[in-house]
Design a protein. Structure first.
Length: 208
């Protein structure tokens, strides 16, 4: 049975709830938290913010909590109007299971946010497929948040209440994609920068 999730219970003060989850990776995600810090400074008092910040410093950010247990994360996602997260497959799948089109900011290894670029590649694939709202810049994140706060339904998706088997299949498919991306990244990291000399060919030119 396919259904659109019921509208979230409005808070007594009418403020929308925004959940941000950066996952549990040991690398800090300062870039995303800095963007959120700047954004929240402009909208403070108009939204209820929860930020699961992991190993990133976020002491001065409203609603900051280092980690959420599984049950706590489920509750937070069920109550949130918008979900912002890193490019972790498990977090993205959980957000979608709760009827969210997640706003995804993938970790970028060039900023020291992960060991490789599999989150970037994975999130880009999902973005092209329309399965996430991909944000790779501060402005893209701000635009998505502004759109979502103006009309949360833009970030609500249909979910299949009876698709437990389908969800497990989706998890397996995502796992295969991630494994392929990680393997490709590992090959790139270990590819030698030099090419062996093979000597000239019959025409006197160097072999490639």
């Amino acid at each position: 049975m396919v259904r659109v999730p019921e509208p979230r219970e409005p808070r007594p003060d009418g403020r929308p709830r925004v959940l941000v989850a950066v996952g549990t990776d040991k690398h800090p995600f300062d870039r995303l938290v800095d963007w959120l810090r700047q954004w929240h400074g402009e909208v403070a008092g108009t939204v209820v913010l929860t930020v699961q910040h992991g190993h990133t410093r976020a002491d001065d950010l409203s609603g900051a909590v280092p980690f959420l247990g599984h049950a706590e994360l489920q509750t937070a996602m069920a109550q949130a109007d918008l979900v912002v997260c890193h490019g972790g497959p498990a977090t993205i799948l959980e957000a979608r299971r709760h009827g969210h089109l997640p706003i995804v900011v993938p970790r970028d290894p060039t900023h020291g946010e992960h060991v490789d670029d599999h989150q970037l590649l994975f999130a880009r694939r999902l973005g092209v497929a329309g399965l996430v709202a991909l944000c790779e810049s501060r402005q893209e994140l701000l635009d998505s948040l502004a759109t979502g706060l103006a009309d949360p339904s833009r970030f609500t998706i249909e979910v299949d209440a009876d698709a437990a088997d389908g969800r497990r299949a989706a998890v397996r498919r995502v796992g295969v994609i991630v494994e392929d991306l990680v393997a490709a990244a590992a090959q790139r990291r270990h590819r030698p920068w030099w090419r062996p000399w093979r000597g000239p060919g019959p025409d006197g030119r160097r072999k490639s």
